[in-house]
Design a protein around this ligand. Structure first.
Ligand code: FES
Length: 130
């Protein structure tokens, strides 16, 4: 009787330890794929030649550079102000950082380029994901 009680306690302890191990290791084995967060989903409009479409609420600009259109995050990489788009470059009104039309830093204090976002043409829509 005493022996079966000991076995039962050991079995319960082993089950609790196994459940703890599964919980602990499960934190490291989450799927690596994450669903993309949709930042912008708007009807598709033509991007003007060497121009841009600016979606201020989403802080996204669709910038045309020749045949290529890219989505840029308008969050300044210095301290997070919203960058404005001019005909020739992107300028941060807070501390004056300047970026070219590809998001590359022309003048600091920002050190890093503007983030390029993923742009998809879905039927008649522009969809930008992060
Ligand atoms: S936040 Fe843009 S330059 Fe400082």
């Amino acid at each position: 009787m005493e022996e079966s009680g000991r076995r039962r306690r050991r079995l319960i302890a082993a089950l609790i330890a196994a459940a703890g191990a599964v919980f602990f290791l499960g934190r490291f084995f989450r799927p690596l794929t994450r669903t993309a967060e949709v930042r912008l989903d708007v009807p598709r409009e033509p991007v003007p030649a060497d121009g841009a479409l600016v979606y201020a609420r989403a802080r996204v600009a669709l910038v045309r550079d020749g045949d290529r259109i890219q989505a840029l995050d308008l969050t300044c990489t210095h301290l997070g102000c919203t960058v404005t788009v001019t005909p020739t470059e992107l300028v941060c009104p807070c501390h004056g950082s300047r970026f070219d039309r590809k998001g590359k830093v022309l003048e600091g204090p920002a050190q890093r380029p503007l983030k390029q976002l993923r742009l998809e043409e879905r039927e008649d829509r522009w969809v930008v994901t992060v």
